[in-house]
Design a protein around this ligand. Structure first.
Ligand code: SAM
Length: 217
């Protein structure tokens, strides 16, 4: 188990935390948590403000393939794959790799990249409908924190079950009280978040032995 930045080459997205904090209401949070059109392609206060493929995951896919030494024929699963951008770039970066995704958003799957049609499943990270040890690596980026603490533990157990610990999860966190305050102004969908020490406790409770990193606002 290691803390590792596999998203080091992903460009930072611009965030207007003040605008988000002012706009945020319980109704906006409820709409964002539906993970529909508003969240992905609606106005910025609901989520992404437009979630479109631009190739930014290509270098990340290359680093993931190198880190897990993935080769043609290996199966890899992206949990919380959204429209399948990372799945598409894994397929491009390693021709012959069997890359798949799963996401709770029917809207995202219905608007996926054409290259990944048939590779994306509808479902929750809390219940991954695949046999034990069936993937050479399982990834989950900015997704499992959308569950409550019990759901996060169920998700980590599922990721561990499929991957045997050859996995990477990235989750919302903060190192200082100031970072936490900024995060609370920004956050829309995450139901569980904590300092790294709290997350490591959750990893231990779930028996998760894979790699991990933090998303900081
Ligand atoms: C912040 S987006 C991250 C998408 C993608 N992994 C990325 O990094 O660009 C969070 C994703 O988690 C999905 N999601 C939320 N709750 C989920 C759940 N319980 N199970 C699976 N996916 C979930 C959402 O639909 C959305 O696609």
């Amino acid at each position: 188990m290691a803390e590792i930045d596999l998203l080091a080459k992903l460009p930072q997205s611009r965030r207007n935390v003040n605008a988000r904090a002012i706009a945020k209401t319980p109704e906006i949070i409820a709409i964002a948590r539906q993970y529909g059109q508003d969240y992905f392609d609606g106005r910025r206060e609901y989520g992404y403000g437009g979630y479109r493929y631009d190739g930014r995951w290509v270098p990340v896919a290359e680093d993931i393939i190198a880190h897990f030494r993935l080769k043609p024929g290996d199966r890899v699963l992206d949990v919380g794959c959204a429209k399948g951008f990372l799945v598409k770039d894994l397929l491009t970066a390693c021709p012959g790799l069997e890359a798949f995704g799963i996401d709770v958003s029917e809207y995202a799957l219905m608007h996926c990249e054409p290259e990944v049609v048939g590779r994306l499943h509808l479902g929750s990270c809390e219940h991954l409908p695949f046999p034990n040890g069936s993937f050479a690596a399982v990834l989950s980026i900015n997704t499992i924190h959308n569950c409550d603490r019990a759901g996060v533990i169920r998700s980590l157990k599922e990721i561990q079950r499929l991957s045997g610990g050859r996995a990477f999860v990235q989750v919302d966190s903060y190192h200082t009280a100031e970072q936490r305050a900024l995060f609370l102004d920004w956050v829309l969908t995450a139901k569980f978040h904590d300092y790294p020490a709290g997350w490591r406790q959750v990893f231990a409770e779930a028996g998760y032995t894979g790699d991990y990193n933090w998303t900081l606002v």
